[in-house]
Design a protein around this ligand. Structure first.
Ligand SMILES: Nc1ncnc2c1ncn2[C@@H]1O[C@H](COP(=O)(O)OP(=O)(O)O)[C@@H](O)[C@H]1O
Ligand SMILES: O=c1ccn([C@@H]2O[C@H](COP(=O)(O)OP(=O)(O)O)[C@@H](O)[C@H]2O)c(=O)[nH]1
Length: 335
């Protein structure tokens, strides 16, 4: 997808609106048009590389069709003016020039206005920083651990314990999305509801904005600067975007659990969780999304040596002991 100036603007608009509103929420409903722009924008550097190929390809077949149709359209116009037998001869004195003058004047005025407006626009991401923006938080001051694993692997269970013993702030992407979904007046409520029910991933702009807001709010209100970001990133674009504009992650804590065990846990959790996606059908879809879309993210971090993998099949206490042991080795005094 091409990175358009209007797309970048829409992203900025989204971020401005979200950072103004109450923490952890996307506060200001926006016009539908901007919303679509925001989602069409792919800003990650990898996405840009990928889209470069598409951009250099010839115009779409629809565009080509329009180009080809133009001569026909012109012919049909001219055939009318050439006139049939009954067409009176054209009197050159009847031709009026003032409409042309008005059109040219309006066109020139519009162009000048456009140029001046363009000058007032803030520089785009790529123009200002050669293709990448500075993250909001420096990894020297803020520690971010992504906590990943299949649905029901035990991410939330382990995060609660780490919060208790090591004073992390636990930010569950799923919880933030569910809160936004239920927030009266949220423009994204229905979209989030549909994605969660179908085990699909909510467009990254929404989730990244919610997480950034929650981090800002946490730092401002508690001073805590260590974050467990649970259930995120589930897709490569989220990972790239978050690390580009929010904060590079220190590592990924990955809970490895077989599907049969995760399914058993989720069906058990579903008896009391009240979650719309803790049912057999949604669980199946979530597993598929996890394998097809989220595991490649874990694999990518693994190739960079940034994954701490923990076997999640044992009891919660045993899994926690293994977690602490491995995190101490990986983080030292940052734990
Ligand atoms: N190690 C474990 N063994 C058995 N059940 C577990 C274990 N860890 C978590 N659970 C249970 O499994 C369910 C899913 O755990 P949860 O932490 O909510 O998973 P996730 O956040 O990965 O979706 C919960 O009901 C939880 O109590
Ligand atoms: O970054 C995220 C995190 C979660 N979700 C959605 O929220 C659902 C529930 O995620 P959560 O982490 O709460 O639960 P889990 O599936 O790990 O049990 C997922 O299936 C997705 O539909 C999402 O779209 N983006």
């Amino acid at each position: 997808m091409a990175t358009t100036a209007s797309g970048r603007q829409a992203w900025r608009q989204l971020m401005r609106n979200t950072s103004r509103g109450p923490a952890s929420s996307l506060s200001k409903p926006q016009p539908q048009q901007q919303y679509r722009f925001a989602f069409s924008r792919q800003v990650s550097s990898k996405a840009r590389v990928a889209s470069g190929r598409a951009a250099s390809q010839p115009p779409s077949s629809i565009f080509r069709q329009q180009q080809q149709q133009q001569p026909f359209a012109q012919r049909s116009y001219s055939s009318g003016s050439q006139g049939g037998k009954n067409t009176p001869p054209r009197n050159s004195q009847q031709v009026k020039f003032w409409p042309f003058v008005v059109v040219i004047a309006l066109g020139s005025g519009g162009y000048v206005l456009l140029v001046n407006r363009r000058k007032e626009m803030p520089p785009t991401d790529t123009a200002s920083s050669g293709g990448s923006s500075t993250p909001a938080f420096s990894p020297a001051e803020v520690t971010v651990l992504f906590v990943l694993g299949g649905p029901g692997a035990g991410k939330g269970t382990q995060c609660s314990r780490l919060v208790r013993d090591y004073h992390f702030k636990h930010l569950s992407a799923g919880d933030l999305l569910r809160a936004e979904q239920d927030r009266p007046g949220s423009q994204y409520g229905q979209l989030i509801r549909d994605c969660i029910k179908n085990g699909e991933i909510v467009p990254m702009e929404v989730t990244v904005a919610l997480l950034e807001n929650a981090m800002r709010e946490t730092i401002a209100s508690t001073g805590v600067r260590k974050f467990l970001i649970d259930g995120f990133p589930r897709k490569m674009d989220q990972a790239l975007k978050f690390e580009e504009i929010v904060c590079p992650a220190r590592l990924v804590l990955f809970y490895d659990c077989p599907e049969a065990e995760m399914e058993r846990r989720l069906l058990e959790r579903g008896k009391t969780s009240g979650r719309a996606d803790d049912n057999a059908e949604s669980i199946r879809k979530r597993f598929r999304t996890f394998v097809e879309t989220s595991m490649p993210v874990v694999d990518a971090y693994d190739r960079e040596g940034r994954v701490v993998k923990v076997d999640a099949t044992a009891t919660p206490d045993q899994v926690y002991a293994a977690t602490v042991d491995k995190l101490k080795k990986a983080l030292g005094d940052k734990l």
